[in-house]
Design a protein around this ligand. Structure first.
Ligand code: HEM
Length: 157
């Protein structure tokens, strides 16, 4: 066999924990910081969330489809199957939602960077946060659906 199935699957699953875990973790801290309404907390949290996304989510986001592709090859799963079609569609939906999420986080970081702890949060911050949360939901639902598809593997013929 050209590629080692267990090693590929280990990489794939390990990477999925970073993708999902960092996503949920950073979302939690962003919401908590927002609810605190404390400018300094929001400043620090957005800064750290942007770093966490570069360090953990971005590599996982790249590794996931690559390791998935090689797993498909090793297992001889059909790229013409309905399963793969739905997986590819959901992954694309996740990507379409996730790219603006990363952008919005960075905008919130830049916007709050030079504020003093006692400064009011600008109206633009609240607008960015609303958009960020409304995009986070479809991305999260897409990843949960992907987990289900990975484990149950329906329509894989
Ligand atoms: C981007 C496209 C993806 C492709 C082409 C893909 C493909 C695959 C393949 C072929 C397997 C092996 C199934 C088996 O051993 O029979 C697998 C397993 C798995 N994938 Fe993906 N995957 C993708 C994305 C994801 C994502 C985004 C996640 C979660 C964040 C994920 C989580 C998992 C998990 C947890 C398993 C283990 C399932 C099991 O052993 O039953 N995958 N994937």
């Amino acid at each position: 066999m050209l590629y080692d199935y267990q090693l590929l699957k280990l990489i794939h699953i390990f990477s999925s924990t970073f993708l999902w875990g960092t996503g949920v973790g950073t979302a939690f801290f962003m919401v908590m910081a927002h609810l605190s309404n404390n400018t300094e907390t929001i400043q620090r949290t957005t800064k750290h969330v942007v770093i966490a996304d570069w360090l953990f989510t971005t590599p996982a986001f790249i590794i996931q489809p690559i390791s998935g592709y090689f797993l498909m090859e090793v297992l001889n799963y059909s790229f013409k199957s309905q399963w793969f079609f739905v997986v590819a569609a959901l992954y694309s939906i996740m990507a379409i939602a996730w790219f603006p999420v990363v952008y919005l986080q960075d905008q919130m970081r830049k916007l709050t960077k030079n504020l003093n702890a006692t400064d009011e949060l600008p109206a633009r911050y609240h607008a960015l946060f609303k958009r960020w949360i409304s995009l986070g939901f479809p991305a999260g639902i897409a990843v949960i659906s992907l987990f289900v598809l990975m484990v149950y593997k329906p329509w894989l013929v």
